[in-house]
Design a protein around this ligand. Structure first.
Ligand SMILES: C[S@@+](CC[C@H](N)C(=O)[O-])C[C@H]1O[C@@H](n2cnc3c(N)ncnc32)[C@H](O)[C@@H]1O
Length: 186
């Protein structure tokens, strides 16, 4: 996928990253962790929004995706991203540093999503939030992953709560997605 290319323009019609990031409370100075960041559809706008005194961590199993993201960040003059190639099941980026740990379109993709969310629990501040944006399991199937591998809102909420979070809100985010926001349990 080329950044700024046809697919990004098409995607922005039904998934606007700036609108979603603002909706989940992203703002200047915050620390944002994008797990399974791909080539930065969310990480690049997030880096702009947190500004130079904030920080964006991006993690992905694909070195291609991380290399592309590194290039894009350089081209756009963004120096507040820390990017890592690794498996989310096995990678901790920090302990208790994140204001937001963000999953976009990928919780259903991980080999062991429970382990990934347990790692998120360790990386998040006690006042932080976990955000899970993912494909609805019902509705249209002409774009997105096959229905059989998607997680319903209930399945995702259950998985998140089992890892030590309390789900605060489950809402729609455009025609194809839901948005779950959860906070760490005491
Ligand atoms: C559907 S893409 C979503 C990318 C990005 N979040 C977005 O919304 O544009 C899923 C991403 O998760 C990554 N991924 C899959 N399994 C992973 C794992 N176990 N650990 C880290 N990243 C993984 C893939 O390489 C891919 O970039």
């Amino acid at each position: 996928m080329s950044f700024g290319g046809y697919f990004e323009r098409f995607r922005r019609r039904w998934q606007n990253p700036e609108v979603i990031l603002e909706r989940v409370g992203l703002k200047a100075n915050l620390t944002f962790i994008d797990v399974g960041c791909g080539n930065g559809f969310f990480a690049i706008p997030a880096a702009r929004m947190v500004g130079e005194s904030g920080k964006v961590y991006g993690l992905d199993i694909s070195s291609n995706a991380i290399n592309q993201l590194r290039e894009i960040a350089k081209r756009k003059g963004l120096s507040n991203l820390e990017l890592k190639v690794g498996k989310a099941e096995e990678t901790m980026l920090c302990r208790g540093c994140a204001d937001i740990v963000f999953f976009a379109n990928d919780l259903h993709d991980f080999e062991n999503p429970s382990k990934v969310v347990a790692n998120a629990r360790k990386m998040i501040k006690t006042i932080g939030r976990l955000v899970d944006l993912d494909w609805k399991k019902n509705g249209m199937a002409f774009i997105g992953p096959p229905m059989r591998i998607r997680l319903s809102e209930e399945e995702a909420s259950h998985l998140i709560e089992a890892a030590g979070f309390k789900v605060e809100t489950v809402e729609e985010a455009g025609p194809y997605h839901y948005l779950i926001i959860a906070k760490p349990k005491d």
